[in-house]
Design a protein around this ligand. Structure first.
Ligand code: HEC
Ligand code: HEC
Ligand code: HEC
Ligand code: HEC
Ligand code: HEC
Ligand code: HEC
Ligand code: HEC
Length: 471
């Protein structure tokens, strides 16, 4: 990796997010990268300087036949003179990432307390919520939360470059990725998981107060290690910063330090939890702890009491396509209109390289179900329970409005159990280029349900032929 690509990287990641980024990695980028490596090689002179810095540290520094450069953005580049691949890390080669001990927040927490605080009074909701994708979408790494194989046999990920490979290693309670670049290697701790494992888990770590993404991601389908989406096969890239919009969709609270990927360690409330839909709850919790007899809720929003569009807008923070923040992250409060805090999604970006979620808000709004009723997301989704994959349950939700299966103009049709599956024909899964995950094993396209509910003859045919996905 080198510096111009580093800059392109930061900008793009900030704009399009995770899967989205993968679409930007075109062949042209590869060529440009090679040119830049060449120009790095011509700048051999600065190598002496960098090596001098390295000698001060006693850990395994890269061997002397490697090119070591500090490039703008405080990123270290390690490469071979004769080879195109490279290592990019935000910590000095030969050292380990160091978490800062400066834990003083830069902002006052506006009252986010975390889901554990709800348990004493809303036990049932809290318990069932722990099984949801929202809760699990971001968690600390430990033995119970991490996927993937850490024993020899399954813990090695070989890139297409024979000199670049990775080992996933467990040491007691700690997990790390060891990157091998020719005869040099270095370790990066796996600290935070992103993704509930429906499709994948990707991993983050701290260096100082910066959050960065690991090179290797785990993909649930086939239990495989792959290059993180958008990473170039044959590089070992550990310097991709995690911008606040990424956390805005996957976390409940974080103290942003005003720059790129800088946050206050210890401030994070991970996962999409209660307060992203109900508002910061400190006042609510304090009041009810002091007034145990009060039966009427104080200081909290019940979305069901908001007007329809404002209910939808709560979900739209994260399910409305590639919207960018207008101001500070986490300033949205349930009851606010979405457009006060987010720009409309960039349709062109969505078409080419959207964030890795479809715009359910927009797709649903086009449906006759939506236009001719007061439907909201909650007609089909209960945010307090894990209902993933339960097609019978979802079909029963259709039946709340479409009194019986005979409402379907296709009923009865031989061999189809209508009552148990309205969705495969009317809300088929679509896997599009927009959701491409690259891996050395080939591209993977995680399919998502199309929320534009309608009569879809092609989906019906695929369903009858037993092939569900549109690809
Ligand atoms: C000390 C007890 C207590 C704690 C702690 C508590 N609540 Fe409540 N909450 C109540 C009471 C009492 C009500 C009113 C009765 C009801 O609806 O259950 C309520 C109601 C609610 C409602 C419904 C509001 C309405 O207008 O219908 C929501 C939403 C809610 N709480 C969310 C939370 C969240 C989120 C947390 C944790 C961050 C939390 N509560 C923590 C006591 C508590
Ligand atoms: C606009 C909101 C948004 C942004 C920004 C965003 N994500 Fe996501 N992410 C989602 C949603 C929503 C899903 C689930 C896909 C779906 O069901 O629509 C998801 C899915 C994922 C998954 C797979 C989860 C699984 O269970 O398989 C991972 C991993 C992930 N995101 C990581 C990231 C990272 C890393 C970033 C930042 C670089 C990021 N996301 C930015 C909303 C977002
Ligand atoms: C993804 C958004 C979302 C999350 C996360 C969420 N809720 Fe809710 N909650 C809603 C919506 C929407 C409603 C209104 C519709 C309904 O009743 O289901 C609601 C209703 C409620 C109510 C009042 C209705 C009732 O059944 O008593 C309480 C209490 C509540 N939530 C507590 C919680 C708690 C506690 C958590 C976290 C453990 C939580 N919620 C997480 C969206 C959410
Ligand atoms: C702060 C961001 C955020 C908000 C607000 C939010 N979601 Fe999500 N939602 C996500 C992310 C991220 C995922 C992906 C979780 C994963 O698999 O890692 C997700 C996943 C889901 C899923 C798939 C669950 C599964 O396990 O398959 C549903 C359904 C969903 N959200 C519905 C809603 C609804 C309805 C609302 C509004 C009441 C809402 N979400 C509000 C971020 C959000
Ligand atoms: C909140 C009520 C409601 C729910 C829930 C609901 N629908 Fe509808 N749906 C309607 C209304 C109203 C119409 C328009 C009048 C009609 O065709 O019956 C409609 C129309 C349709 C149509 C015809 C669309 C067209 O373009 O003509 C289909 C297909 C359909 N719904 C399927 C479903 C399926 C499948 C589900 C469950 C995943 C579902 N609906 C859930 C209210 C609903
Ligand atoms: C008419 C019913 C219906 C409505 C209304 C609805 N959904 Fe869904 N949604 C579904 C079904 C069915 C699935 C597939 C669930 C599964 O298989 O786990 C789904 C899946 C999802 C997923 C998981 C990603 C995927 O495609 O598998 C997300 C995220 C989601 N819905 C968000 C929303 C949001 C946000 C809204 C409101 C804008 C909404 N949904 C409204 C029926 C609905
Ligand atoms: C095997 C695929 C399939 C399944 C399963 C299915 N549908 Fe349909 N549905 C269709 C087709 C095809 C049509 C268009 C029929 C026509 O030519 O009018 C349709 C039409 C409809 C319509 C529009 C009204 C009409 O007559 O045009 C509604 C509403 C509907 N379906 C609801 C449902 C509900 C609710 C379920 C689950 C109980 C369901 N469908 C299950 C394929 C399916």
């Amino acid at each position: 990796m080198n510096y111009k690509r580093g800059i392109v990287f930061v900008v793009i990641v900030a704009v399009v997010g995770w899967f989205g980024y993968s679409m930007m990695q075109t062949k042209r980028d590869d060529d440009r990268f090679r040119d830049l490596v060449k120009s790095q090689q011509q700048r051999k002179s600065s190598e002496a300087e960098s090596s001098a810095l390295l000698e001060a540290t006693k850990v395994t520094a890269p061997p002397s036949d490697m090119l070591v450069n500090l490039i703008p953005g405080n990123v270290w580049f390690v490469g071979k003179y004769e080879d195109g691949g490279g290592v990019e890390i935000p910590f000095r080669p030969g050292e380990s990432p160091q978490k800062t001990d400066d834990i003083t927040p830069h902002h006052e927490n506006p009252g986010f307390v975390g889901p554990e605080q709800c348990q004493e009074c809303h036990r049932e909701k809290y318990q069932s919520f722990l099984a949801t994708g929202h809760y699990k979408t971001c968690r600390p790494v430990n033995e119970l939360t991490i996927d993937g194989i850490f024993d020899s046999g399954g813990n090695r990920f070989q890139t297409s470059d024979p000199n670049v490979s990775f080992e996933m290693i467990q040491q007691g309670d700690e997990f790390l990725q060891r990157a091998h670049f020719f005869d040099w290697s270095f370790d990066v701790p796996m600290e935070i998981i992103m993704g509930s494992s429906k499709m994948a888990q990707t991993y983050l770590y701290w260096h100082r107060d910066g959050l960065y993404q690991h090179n290797v991601t785990h993909i649930t389908d086939g239990d495989q290690w792959i290059n993180s989406p958008g990473y170039i096969d044959g590089d070992a890239a550990y310097a991709r910063p995690i911008p606040q919009r990424c956390l805005d969709c996957h976390m409940t609270y974080f103290d942003f330090r005003g720059e790129k990927n800088h946050y206050t360690p210890g401030s994070l409330i991970m996962g999409v939890t209660c307060e992203r839909c109900h508002g910061p709850a400190k006042d609510h919790v304090d009041f009810h702890r002091d007034n145990r007899d009060a039966l009427e809720a104080v200081g909290i929003t019940n979305p069901a009491e908001l007007e329809r569009q404002l209910q939808m807008d709560i979900c739209g923070q994260c399910h409305g396509g590639s919207r960018e923040l207008k101001g500070d992250a986490l300033s949205f409060r349930p009851g606010d209109p979405l457009e006060e805090h987010y720009y409309p999604p960039d349709e062109e970006a969505d078409a080419k390289n959207s964030v890795h979620t479809s715009n359910q808000l927009n797709r649903l709004s086009q449906s006759e179900c939506f236009r001719q009723s007061q439907m909201t997301c909650i007609d089909c989704h209960d945010p307090h329970h894990n209902e993933r994959g339960n097609e019978v349950l979802f079909s029963s939700r259709c039946m709340n409005c479409h009194e019986s299966e005979s409402d379907c103009g296709y009923y009865p049709h031989e061999g189809v159990n209508f009552a148990e599956n309205c969705v495969d024909c009317h809300m088929p899964r679509r896997s599009t280029e927009k959701l491409r995950l690259e891996s050395v094993q080939g591209d993977v396209f995680p399919p998502l349900r199309d929320h534009y509910i309608r009569v879809d003859q092609a989906a019906t045919e695929r369903f009858l032929n037993g092939s569900e996905d549109d690809d």
